[in-house]
Design a protein around this ligand. Structure first.
Ligand SMILES: [Zn+2]
Length: 282
């Protein structure tokens, strides 16, 4: 099956996952680690998937320790911790945890990363503020406030550098991150868009989301989409292709065309939502 066929097949699935606000509450299979467990795997020289089936967690390996993107939640957090060990790394080496936004499925294990491994948690000011408020979907252990990630801010660990981009909408302070991944030593520009779903209300927030997608579109040099829900970037289908890749074949995660088309579709969806939100005001 071609890459685009797979993308098309998974698009409807991913929309169901990301756009239905009740999804996470309706299906308890989401919370069951025996159903959600995925064997961890390496995607690039320096990037590993340690997430569950429906929500992602990624480890970026540096010469000075590990950077974890998102923390899963509840019993699912064990999947990330076990995965790091199974891949031959040590969770005590997690230096930083980048939380893409303060919904339970991404932030739920952050306090555990602080308590058990001494990791430093980064989030935007807006989403740290959410931690102080009543949670939108579910309760989670509240992490202690560590570092605030700012728009265009950077984080360096050893020779690895991250650059942050605020992309609000899904929450008021969605945090996206740019970084370099390496395939057999060859560098590619990657991004993690930190909040894709349209499960929020209001004209203002929808306009923020549209601005955020346009900000990502203007970057123009992104080659790799690293999503925080696996289906937003066909992670598992691409990994199947990666496993059978032959010498000289392109890396299946290096796919700027599909990333660009995905952003275009997100913009179309958001503009349709904006019309609905505006109509609801009249
Ligand atoms: Zn969310």
């Amino acid at each position: 099956m071609s890459r685009l066929r797979i993308q098309g097949l998974l698009l409807s699935l991913s929309l169901a996952f990301c756009l239905n606000p009740a999804f996470a509450q309706e299906l308890s299979e989401n919370d069951d680690p025996s159903i959600q467990r995925v064997a961890p795997f390496q995607v690039f020289d320096n990037l590993y998937y340690v997430g569950a089936k429906w929500v992602a967690a990624w480890v970026l390996e540096t010469d000075q320790g590990l950077i974890l993107f998102d923390t899963l939640y509840g019993d699912l957090t064990d999947i990330a911790i076990d995965g790091i060990r199974e891949l031959g790394m040590d969770p005590n080496d997690i230096r930083y945890v980048v939380v893409t936004h303060a919904h339970y499925d991404h932030i739920g294990g952050a306090k555990r990363m602080q308590d058990e491994f001494g990791a430093v948690v980064l989030m935007t000011e807006e989403d740290w503020a959410m931690v102080e408020e009543d949670p939108i979907y579910r309760e989670y252990p509240k992490p202690r406030r560590h570092l605030v990630a700012t728009n265009n801010g950077t984080l360096n660990l050893g020779r690895t550098g991250l650059r942050f981009v605020k992309t609000p909408g899904h929450t008021p302070g969605v945090l996206s991150t740019r970084f370099t991944v390496y395939d057999k030593g060859f560098p590619f520009q990657a991004i993690m868009f930190g909040g894709v779903g349209l499960n929020f209300e209001g004209v203002e927030r929808t306009e923020m989301y549209i601005d955020s997608v346009k900000r990502l579109q203007r970057m123009g040099d992104i080659e790799v989409n690293i999503p925080n829900h696996a289906d937003s970037g066909d992670v598992f289908a691409r990994y199947e292709m990666l496993k059978t890749r032959k010498d000289g074949d392109p890396h299946p995660f290096v796919d700027p065309e599909t990333y660009t088309a995905w952003l275009d579709q997100l913009l179309i969806n958001a503009e349709a939502k904006l019309l609905q939100e505006q109509a609801a005001l009249n």
